[in-house]
Design a protein around this ligand. Structure first.
Ligand code: FE
Length: 140
């Protein structure tokens, strides 16, 4: 499944996003740990890109890493996110981006739990949460 890319100018993103969303997702920024709305969020559902609505992660792969950022051991699908090397701040890290709109989401570390051993360390401000539909009355 291929993603249709979304491209906008910096000015367009600036007009669409909150200042904190813009700083993090379009400027490669980081929200302070334990400050975001999803690091301790445990509802069942899907996490979408806050910039474009692309499905990125599900609650099934979310776990408590203790880092203060929402952490997932795998993306919704391999096509949901892209990665690239990030050599900023005197470190070599793997940056995680939305595969559809190239929003900066966070970083990927090889210290996650089974089954993947990976930790997608994601800024809450890069995410929107869509809860699973509750079962309709009378259907179960
Ligand atoms: Fe996106």
């Amino acid at each position: 499944m291929s993603q249709e890319k979304i491209t906008r100018t910096e000015q367009e993103w600036k007009s669409l996003l909150t200042p904190e969303q813009f700083r993090v997702t379009r400027g490669g920024g980081t929200e302070p740990p334990f400050s975001g709305k999803y690091y301790n969020h445990k509802e069942k559902g899907t996490y979408l890109c806050s910039n474009c609505g692309n499905g990125l992660f599900t609650s099934d792969s979310k776990y408590d890493s203790g880092s203060g950022w929402p952490s997932f051991f795998e993306p919704l699908s391999p096509e949901s996110v892209s990665t690239r090397e990030d050599r900023s701040h005197g470190m070599t890290r793997v940056e995680v981006l939305c595969a559809r709109c190239d929003a900066h989401l966070g970083h990927l570390f090889p210290d996650g739990p089974p089954p993947t051993g990976m930790r997608y360390c994601i800024n809450s401000v890069a995410l929107d949460f869509k809860p699973d539909q509750p079962p309709r009355p009378g259907t179960n």
